[in-house]
Each structure stands twice: as C-alpha cells, then as structure tokens.
Ligand binder design. Structure first.
Ligand SMILES: Nc1nc2c(ncn2[C@@H]2O[C@H](COP(=O)(O)OP(=O)(O)OP(=O)(O)O)[C@@H](O)[C@H]2O)c(=O)[nH]1
Ligand SMILES: [Mg+2]
Length: 432
C-alpha cells in the first residue's frame, strides 16, 4: 500500500475557496473518518461537515476512484473556505488521520508513474502554470495535449521498423526475406533527420513564445532612452532628466504586446567617463546589449549614421522628432518622439522582425531546453548513422539507430533516467 499524500492545491492566502487534495490507496478511508456525510458516489461534489480538532468546517468533498483520477490513485478533494487557517486545519486533520505531506510535484509524479501522463505532458503543465502571455500558455497546452509526444513516438516507430528489418536480415540470412537495401534505409533515416531538423528550427520562435523578446535600449546620454522605456511601458518607471548620465543601473521591465512579452532594458548612456559608478553603468549597458535579442540604438541627432558595435540585430531609433528641422538621414530607421508621440511602431516592428505572428498559426513549437538538447543529440547521432550506412556493417548501423531511439525516448520519458524525472517534477508547485 502506498503512502497517502496531502497538500493545498490552490494558492496560499486570502481567497474565496481553497482546495486540499489527498491521493493514495487509503485516501478515501482517511476522509471518511472526518467528513460526514461522505459522498455516496465518486466524481460528485457533496456538501458536508469536516471535523477538525479546532472547529467544524462546512465544506464540499469529492472523491475519485483509481484509476479514474489525475494521479491514477484514489483521490479526495476538499473544497473549503479560503484563507490560510482553514486550509491549514484541514491539512492537519488529514495528517492526524494518516496522510503525509506531499513533496513538490508529487501528485503529478504519481500521475506519471501510473501512466496518466508522459514527461512532455508534465512539462506542458509547468509551462502553463508559469505562462504570463497567451502564446506561452498555448505552447504549454500543446505539450500537454501531447502534440510533441505523438510526433516523437511516430519517429521512434519508424526507427524501430528500420532496426527490426536490419536485424531480421542479420538473424535470418537464409530466409528469403525482403531485405532492406542500404539505400532505402538511408532514405528513411534522412526523412527522420529532416523532421528532427524541422522541430529544432521552431525553437527560435518557441523562445519568443515562452520568454518573449529581450530588447536593450542603448545610446549616448540624454538621447531619451529612459523616456522611451517609459513610453513603451505606458508608465513613468525610469527617472528622466536633462542632466547627462541620469541612468546608471540597468532597469528591466516587461510589457505584453499582441500576446508577446517584450522585456525592455533601459541602460546608462554610453560615453567616455572618469566616474567610477558611471563606468560600471556603461559596462552593464554593453553587457545588456550583448545578451539581448535585439538592440534599440537611440539617437537624437537626425544626421547620425553610426551603428552600435554589436553582433546582435539592431534597430536605429531617431528620438525627439518633434525637434527635427529635417528628415533623418537613414531611411531604414524608426522616427519617434518619446515625449510627445506614439512609440507603438517600435513594438510592431520588433513583432514583425521576430515573425511573432507565426506563433498563432504554428502547430507546435519547441519551448523547452531539455527537448531541444535531446533533439540536437538525436540529430548528431542520426547524421553519424546515415554516414555509416555506406562505411560499415548493418549491425553497427542498427545499434546506432537504437541509440537515436533512446535519445528521442528521453523526451517523452520512455527512456528517462530517474534523476531527469525528479528534476522535472520538482519544478512543480506544492499540491500539483
Ligand atoms: N523634445 C523632446 N525631448 C525629449 C524627448 N525624449 C526625451 N526628451 C528629453 O530629453 C532629456 C533626456 O531624457 P532621458 O530619457 O533622461 O534620456 P536618457 O537617454 O535616458 O539619458 P541618460 O540616462 O542620461 O543616458 C529629458 O529632458 C527628456 O524630457 C522627445 O521625444 N522630445
Ligand atoms: Mg536614462
């Protein structure tokens, strides 16, 4: 008999209701000791009295019978009044009657062990819980729906087909089996490689969907970088003044635009300086630019053609257009007035630059670093196997294909080691 675990499944603090969940072989027996009348049927919420050692709580109770529950085990949920004290008393009551506190993610880990979800489902749930934009939630929902899992399994099936026909050819050479030619095996492997490459290529957009776009705002002092940050955010966040060198530290703030998160970083104006603090600020500004997805190079001089020295993509912004006597010299730049005008054109330009509109229409994006690194490793192994088709014997190639199968299996968990599983489930919040 396994241990019955208990935890608060809703957020802690003041709220209308709290849900306390118990899962394990004994959970129904435990709940019957202090919740009356206990629901007569599973899957139906019933109102009743939950007797704690401090007070009687009027609560709702529902139970699910294994395997028809989230965890695949017997499960009981109490929907009680919100607030910290009530939920705590309900949890204590469960503990007093034989339950133990759940670890982070233990409910979901049990769901995995009981075959209710695979690892990509679990990672999808984490991404959905963490999502702050619709596109990040959609990426999580796709994982939860097992879209990636299904594609991986299809690739693995084809690999197994190839391996089994290679092995049949090796094991039963005397049988008149239709043997795979090197050419057909190679072609099938190359098709799989193409599909893996396609998946890998979605990771750039996947990163945009999940984390948003990191944008560093750089330029000389006083050109209006902080004013631009405030205008982009629509709030008065950074100090603005006509004194050169106002901003010292980097300042990061995010704003959502059409389902995408923009993470803007305001930075110190870049110039020669003897001031120790300003020098540090400028160092941080350069670092922010070097790690950003894109740099907004701001200038307030319409004759300025300079380019910010970085390998990152950059967009030149001519700010203070209200003061310009003539059109700025470079046409492929954006012209705005952070103080008096509209700066939405900047967000729209960046949105298009990163093809963010494709997120909505994309069926599946790779948003998880673990999946990406497995795919990259599978790509390397497969490339080697394809090259070896011409150089070596069928049994060597068959073994190489099995390795690719295993690497892909790590994505869905068919071949995930214990520590990978633990790492994934520990990212869950308590009660999930
Ligand atoms: N006329 C006009 N003035 C602006 C505009 N944008 C900013 N300013 C003014 O320019 C001055 C400098 O603005 P900031 O936003 O502090 O400039 P900054 O680039 O952050 O400056 P540092 O932090 O010192 O590097 C302030 O007096 C702003 O009011 C604009 O579009 N038009
Ligand atoms: Mg500033």
């Amino acid at each position: 008999m396994n241990k019955t675990i208990v935890a608060l499944s809703t957020a802690r603090g003041r709220a209308a209701i709290s849900v306390v969940r118990m899962s394990g072989d004994n959970s129904i027996e435990i709940a019957k000791q202090f919740f009356r009348p206990f629901p007569q049927k599973p899957n139906l919420l019933k109102l009743g009295t939950l007797t704690t050692s401090h007070f009687d709580e009027h609560a709702m109770c529902v139970y699910f019978v294994a395997p028809h529950s989230y965890t695949g085990e017997n499960t009981v949920e109490f929907h009680c009044h919100g607030g910290t004290a009530v939920a705590q008393a309900v949890i204590e009551t469960c503990l007093e009657h034989g339950a133990v506190m759940a670890q982070n993610g233990e409910f979901s880990k049990r769901a995995f062990i009981n075959g209710k979800q695979n690892l990509t489902n679990a990672e999808g749930i984490i991404e959905m819980i963490d999502a702050e934009t619709a596109s990040a939630a959609k990426a999580g929902a796709n994982l939860l729906e097992n879209k990636l899992g299904k594609r991986i399994v299809a690739l693995q099936d084809t690999l197994l087909d190839i391996v089994s026909s290679c092995e049949a050819a090796l094991d039963y050479p005397e049988e008149d089996l239709e043997l795979p030619t090197v050419e057909t095996s190679k072609q099938k492997l190359t098709d799989i490689l193409c599909k893996i490459n396609e998946l890998i290529s979605t990771a750039t957009l996947g990163k945009v969907a999940k984390y948003g776009i990191d944008v560093a705002i750089v330029g000389k002092p006083n050109v209006g970088k902080s004013s631009l940050l405030n205008a982009l955010l629509g709030v008065d966040r950074a100090i603005v003044s006509d004194i050169q060198g106002t901003t010292r530290d980097t300042l990061t703030e995010s704003v959502n635009y059409r389902d995408i998160r923009f993470n803007f970083v305001d930075t110190a104006g870049i110039r020669e300086s003897n001031n120790e603090i300003e020098i540090e600020g400028i160092k941080r500004a350069r670092k922010a630019a070097d790690s950003a997805d894109v740099v907004l190079h701001v200038t307030d001089d319409p004759t300025d053609r300079s380019v910010y020295p970085t390998i990152r993509p950059q967009v030149r912004i001519y700010n203070k257009s209200d003061l310009f006597k003539s059109e700025p010299c470079c046409v492929d730049s954006l012209v705005v007035s952070a103080k008096y005008g509209d700066v939405e054109i900047i967000k729209e330009t960046l949105y298009e630059m990163f093809s963010a509109q494709d997120i909505e229409t994309s069926d599946l994006l790779i948003t998880n670093e673990r999946h990406l690194s497995c795919l990259k490793q599978a790509k390397l192994q497969l490339t080697e196997a394809i090259a070896d088709c011409d150089k070596t014997t069928l049994d060597v190639v068959a073994n190489e294909i099995k390795q690719v199968w295993q690497t892909l299996g790590q994505i869905t968990g068919t071949d995930a080691s214990e520590d990978v599983i633990d790492r994934i489930y520990s990212k869950f919040c308590l009660g999930k």
